[in-house]
Design a protein around this ligand. Structure first.
Ligand code: SME
Length: 161
């Protein structure tokens, strides 16, 4: 059973470097995907002090809300809709500095000002889920977040079942 997380460092890079091994340790020995996703969302929320962090699972032709930390969110998103549906359709990470400037952005919370969305893939290259991280501030996310959150998604892809 994992003890509470302890994230050290002052820069974003240092915090991710401290958090990543703890995320790996957190899910070690546990095979249940939802349990692991739930703990990873908590580790990201409290380790990185994100406003909202959660996943959407690809289910048939929609994204459906999965484990998350933060205010309640919309439960279903179509292919190509909003930032999440666009990341799913384009199979790539999307960084949005100002959500008001993203055509079709879906506002689950009026407090969200910027976000990053990262897909996870199965072995065939199909998107299996989407990670969405929201901030109450403009232009919060950059290439450092992309680099480390894509590593988190690789971890998630490996424990998907
Ligand atoms: N803003 C997202 C919707 C999900 S919520 O932010 C949690 C989007 O445009 O897809």
């Amino acid at each position: 059973m994992a003890e509470s997380l302890s994230v050290s460092g002052t820069t974003k890079k240092e915090k991710y470097e401290s958090l990543l091994p703890q995320i790996k340790a957190l899910i070690e020995g546990e095979t249940d995907f939802i349990a692991n996703l739930s703990n990873i969302m908590s580790a990201l929320k409290f380790g990185m002090d994100f406003f909202w962090v959660g996943v959407y699972h690809v289910k048939e032709n929609e994204l459906v809300l999965g484990p998350f930390q933060g205010p309640v969110a919309c439960t279903r998103i179509g292919l190509g809709k909003g930032v999440c549906g666009t990341a799913w359709k384009e199979k790539k990470t999307i960084i949005v500095e100002d959500v008001d400037q993203f055509p079709g952005h879906i506002a689950c919370s009026s407090l969200s000002k910027s976000e990053i969305v990262i897909p996870a893939f199965d072995k065939k290259g199909n998107v299996i889920l989407i990670l969405d991280v929201d901030s109450k501030h403009l232009a919060t996310f950059d290439e450092t977040d992309k680099f480390y959150l894509e590593q988190v998604m690789t971890i998630i892809s490996k424990c998907a079942n």
